[in-house]
Design a protein around this ligand. Structure first.
Ligand code: NAP
Length: 300
């Protein structure tokens, strides 16, 4: 199996699960030496700069599955430069990877490509299964272009799965790690009015869905990777505060978030009531279906 973005938050969790299973895996990364040091059990790491060059063909030799997770982090203040990096690292990166798959003599059976619930945009109370239409904002457009590039691998007979992940919870990266400091200091609180639906998922379930998708040929196309019980931001805040035994009375007003984070604030304030309809129909059962259990397991 070949993994891109293997040094990231989800990539590290996936690679450590592969190592535990005794599965052979290789990686593509911008700094192979750093990646080798960060990924115990990795067989080989090849250098690849996703925004700039086709993926090396040697990396695809013998790879039955490719899991493509590389991309500039969306967290932080968005300016024109950051937005270009978010888009190009995903859209050009996926195009270059799929081009290499097209040229490779032996092709992988499956390409699992990251995407995000950002595909749907800000949708209020609407329940969002994989059939829901795409949103219209920047991230929704990036996700559509990203998925379109991934789907081109189908032309080469490769099964393609797009992971529309929610907010991934775990330690060592992702949104929860960012939230912990203010919450531990008693400075946590809802974002905006707290009414927005937050699709969350435990990192072990992201890894679980990836492995399920690799092992089951019936899984293809877009897959919502979010726990079956999305919560409103207000409830998320309350549950996290309870698990940490801290108060969480300090709301972060929408206008303050916008001043601080620019357009990225809209992502934090967007309401996305995402349901994992297809992956549940395809036989995956979530290890962490409820928020409190997921947070307790993570923060124990
Ligand atoms: N974490 C979440 O909550 C979440 C939710 C929805 C969707 N996703 C998507 O899932 C994928 C993996 O998420 P993650 O949280 O594991 O991401 P991450 O921790 O930010 O890591 C992604 C990896 O991508 C590579 N990368 C970073 N910046 C890059 C750039 N400018 N150009 C090319 N490659 C770059 C890096 O690998 P190397 O340095 O080894 O090259 C990095 O380790 C991402 O595409 C993300 O958008 C994540």
């Amino acid at each position: 199996m070949l993994v891109t973005g293997a040094t990231g938050f989800i990539g590290r969790a996936l690679c450590s699960a592969l190592k535990e299973r005794g599965q052979v895996f290789t990686a593509l990364g911008r700094r192979p030496e750093r990646a080798k040091a960060a990924l115990p059990g990795v067989k080989d790491v090849w250098r690849w700069r996703p925004k700039m060059e086709p993926a090396p063909l040697t990396a695809l030799q013998g790879a039955g599955a490719v899991v493509h997770l590389a991309g500039e982090s969306v967290a932080g203040r968005w300016n024109a430069h950051k937005k270009r990096a978010i888009r190009d690292s995903r859209v050009s990166g996926t195009r270059y990877l799929v081009e290499a798959i097209g040229e490779a003599k032996s092709k992988p059976g499956v390409l699992i490509c990251a995407s995000a619930v950002g595909y749907y945009g800000n949708r209020g109370e609407e329940e969002l299964t994989e059939e829901a239409a795409a949103g219209k904002d920047f991230l929704a457009e990036v996700c559509q272009a990203w998925e379109t590039e991934a789907r081109r691998a189908e032309e080469f007979g490769v099964r393609v799965v797009m992971l529309r992940s929610g907010i991934v919870l775990g330690l060592g990266g992702g949104a929860l790690t960012q939230m912990l400091r203010p919450f531990k200091l008693g400075l946590g609180g809802p974002l905006g009015n707290g009414n927005q639906w937050m699709p969350w998922v435990h990192v072990e379930d992201v890894v679980g869905v990836i492995l399920h998708a690799i092992e089951h040929a019936s899984v293809s196309g877009p897959i919502n990777v979010a726990a079956p019980t999305p919560v409103r931001n207000r409830e998320f805040t309350k549950t996290l505060a309870q698990v940490l035994h801290r108060p969480a009375f300090l709301p972060a007003p929408a206008f303050g978030l916008k001043i601080l984070l620019g357009e990225f604030a809209d992502v934090l304030l967007a309401s996305q009531r995402v349901l994992p309809k297809r992956i549940q129909e395809l036989g995956y059962s979530f290890r962490y279906p409820a928020l409190e259990g997921a947070l307790r397991a993570t923060l124990a």
